[in-house]
Design a protein around this ligand. Structure first.
Ligand code: GLU
Length: 387
């Protein structure tokens, strides 16, 4: 795991997320010159024995330019059409750039539904392993032409964080058009300072990120922080660096003070918990009282029927449900009983389950190993050795 910048010299596998604002602009459309320059740097990284996966944005932006759909909001279907036009152009540009180094690229288009499905998740992982073994570069994007909002990753920063788990990466690098996270908006405040290292994401960082983003992509700094949170909780370090600055990636990977680096926290989630918190769709809600809420949140207990006050929705055993305390959502988890069964045993002690339902497979409704608490950002407080 990465504990200091110098550890970056020994990463094995890196996800490189490249934002739309770097890859396309209204005047040139696709920026082959930028792609060539970034690919030259990636080639050096690969020659150093590291595996890389590119998570690329840009298909919608390139399609927009191609169709001259520039000065207006696009409908969902127009964006999907633009993506269908831009994606092959994007792949061609990567293929051309890597061909100069004798390398082949492979396209992987994913949806959130693909990664929710365990078998497809493993297929994506096995495909990438096979591509690494033959020195081919996987280039991933969201399969924009088929997704609607419920099954969208949201933005490619989030996709990058999830891909870093699929391929078991050590590091997620987000290349963008600024040099990292600043304590104030650097466009408005010339004396703004770059935050070099973050050990624990806090509210103050979210405030610094604001909602600044380029009009050409969907991300912005807030979505990069959110991706960094997802990655670091699962044990993958994350970095935001400039994709405009020549050599920034090389400097980052040689341990120099480049961009903003996010270290993995101490409250690491297992891959299983990560799966529950980031990928599964919720099928219903279990409302619990204060006692149960304290037991779950503060003592790490499993959720028992006795603390349940209401159940919303129709769900089956094994489904993912949200847990709602008196003050709102406190977490989510995989349920051991159906919604109908919980309605019968709620408020009762676990010893009564068998009498009421006629069987008892589990004493808890949600075992603590299958329960993930909501991520609550810590209030600002300075950490030794970083921000
Ligand atoms: N998948 C989108 C595209 O290729 C990009 C989404 C994003 O930039 O976050 O245009």
């Amino acid at each position: 795991m990465i504990h200091s910048r110098i550890d970056l010299t020994s990463v094995r596998r890196v996800v490189i997320k490249i934002g739309s604002s770097l890859l396309a602009d209204p005047e040139h459309g696709i920026r082959q010159d930028v792609i060539d320059r970034l690919v030259d740097e990636l080639q050096t990284v690969m020659q150093d024995g590291k595996d890389i996966v590119i998570v690329t944005s840009g298909s919608v932006a390139i399609g927009r330019v191609r169709l001259d759909w520039l000065d207006r909001e696009l409908s969902v279907h127009e964006k999907q059409a633009a993506a269908a036009i831009g994606q092959p152009q994007l792949m061609q540009a990567y293929a051309k750039a890597f061909a100069r180094h004798g390398r082949v690229v492979a396209q992987m288009l994913l949806t959130k539904d693909d990664l929710r499905n365990r078998r497809r998740y493993l297929n994506a992982s096995n495909t990438s392993e096979t591509l690494f073994s033959v020195g081919v570069v996987p280039v991933v994007n969201e399969n924009d032409t088929v997704v609607v909002s419920e099954i969208k990753f949201g933005d490619n920063d989030n996709l990058g964080a999830l891909v870093s788990l699929v391929i078991d990466a050590d590091l997620l690098v987000m290349l963008t058009d600024v040099e990292g996270l600043y304590d104030r908006n650097p466009d408005k405040h010339p004396d703004a300072n770059r935050i070099s290292e973050i050990y624990q994401l806090e509210e103050k960082h979210e405030t610094m990120a604001g909602d600044a983003g380029s009009s050409f992509g969907t991300g912005g700094m807030a979505s990069k922080l959110s991706a960094a949170r997802v990655a670091t909780r699962a044990g993958v370090a994350a970095a935001i660096i400039s994709g405009k600055k020549e050599g920034a990636l090389t400097r980052l990977l040689t341990g120099e003070d480049e961009g903003t680096l996010f270290f993995c926290g101490i409250d690491l989630q297992t891959r299983r918990k990560h799966w529950i918190s980031e990928l599964l769709k919720s099928a219903g809600e279990i409302h619990i009282d204060l006692g149960a809420s304290t037991a779950v949140q503060e003592h790490g207990c499993s959720l028992l029927p006795v603390g349940v006050v209401a159940v919303d929705g129709v769900f089956d055993k094994g489904d993912c449900v949200e847990i709602i305390g008196p003050d709102g959502k406190i977490g989510r988890g995989l349920c051991n009983y159906t919604a109908e069964e919980i309605r019968k045993i709620m408020g009762k002690s676990s010893s009564e389950i068998e009498t009421i339902l006629g069987y008892r497979d589990f004493t808890s409704l949600i075992h603590r190993d299958n329960l993930v608490l909501s991520d609550i950002l810590k209030p600002s407080e300075d950490h030794p050795g970083g921000q």
